[in-house]
Structure formats: structure tokens, C-alpha cells
Design a protein around this ligand. Sequence first.
Ligand code: SAH
Length: 246
Amino acid sequence: MENRIYIVGMGPGREEMMTREALAALEQSDVIVGYTVYLDLLSGRFKGKELLSTPMRQEEKRCRMCFEEAKKGKKTALVCSGDAGIYGMASLMYEIGKEYPQTELVVIPGITAASSGAALLGAPLNHDFCVISLSDLLTPWERIARRLKAAAEGDFAIVLYNPSSRKRKGYLARACDILLSALEPGRPCGIVENIGREGTKTGICTLQELRDREVNMFTTVFIGNSTTEAIGGKLITKRGYPAEQA
Ligand code: SAH
């Protein structure tokens, strides 16, 4: 391989929440490519680097930019929030990479919102869980609805990514209506906003209340399974240890 691109998951935002491997990859790079919001979070520390971005929704262009920079002989990193392989750019990079066989891709994992958000809420994912994105930009809504239903029927704890955006208002309510057809309205749920960034907020409510909550694109939503309990303001999904059953 003649050159290499690091595909770096930077975690939810704060530098402390980035792995040392991720930081080292960015430090070694000449060029850092990413969506502007993430580059802004990094710009303080990586002032000396060339920071390149494309607007949101121009993901393919952003990927191609990486391959072109690498081809010029520059050490290149592509940053994504959380983990680059979870609703991130890693798979598109591999697809486009077919056209650039001389470039090696190295994925560096990051803390995904399910994990960082769960930590703020306590332990809502301490058993089997499903992660479902409510964005129907790339996935038909019917498939999302089918997955929501299946997750509820399977008694999974559920994490919802992309619960809303300016263009997709009302999606969380639609998702809750599907879940409410299988789950009780009092099912404990949690909401986390701006994890690892300024203005972090957490909240616990019931599934019925969740239905009418305002959320934005920097929110991750948690729905408990049948064992989940709100304990002292935290959302706890039990593993089934004997002490927990007492
Ligand atoms: N690759 C990212 C997910 C990108 S999809 C990851 O692994 O975390 C974008 C969605 O992720 C957002 O709509 C939100 O639901 C969630 N998310 C990402 N970063 C977040 C943060 N800092 N705070 C809260 N939610 C976040």
C-alpha cells in the first residue's frame, strides 16, 4: 500500500473522551477532514493541521477528498463523531476505496453515543439492546418501523439515534406510537442531549411522556426493557443477579 487514511471516531466531543489511539492518529496527520462541527471541536488542539470540510449531506465528496489528499502524499485522517463505524463514514470509505486500491484504510474506534449517553443515565444498556436510527434519509420508514416493532417484541432495551431534525419533526412521537402498541406506557425511558459537549442535559420519563418530548439532532434516546427501573434519578436495566431480584 502506498498510502493510508485513518478513519477516526472522536467520541462524543470532549477531548478526554477520545482514545489515545485516535489522538495519536490525528497528531500524525497532515490533513484532517470532517464535518465542520467536529473540526471546530478539534481546531484548538490541531491548529497546525490543514482542516478540510464539506457541508453536511456531501458525504461522498468528503470521502473522495480524503483519497485525493492521501494520493498527494499527505497523511490524512477523516474524523466522525462517536464511532466512525456506527452511522458514520467508515463503510462509504471502504466502498469508494475500491477505486483507490493503493490506499490502506485504518479504522480507529471511538465511544459511541449509546455508550457515553448510557453512562450519564446510569446503566440502561446492561443487558441485550438494539440501536435504531430514526433517520429515513437513507432507510425507508417501513424498515425502521419494522425494526422498532421487533425490538419491542424481543424485549430489548432500545437506543434511538437521530430522533429528530429540523426536517423530521414528529418522528420520535411516531416511533413511540409503534413502541406503545407493544409496551406499557409507564416503561422507563431516558433522554441525553449534548453528551460530552457544552449544555449536557439528561432526563428520565415514561414512554408515554417521551412521546411528547421535544428532542433535537444532538439527542440520544433510551427505552428500557421489561426489567428497567428508575433508581435515584438514574435508569437501570438489571442483569438478573439474585440481589437485584430481591
Ligand atoms: N457516529 C455517531 C453517530 C452519528 S448519528 C456515534 O457513534 O455516536 C447522529 C446521532 O448520534 C445524533 O442524532 C444523536 O442521536 C447521536 N449523537 C451523536 N453525538 C451525540 C452527542 N454528543 N450527544 C447526544 N447525542 C449524540
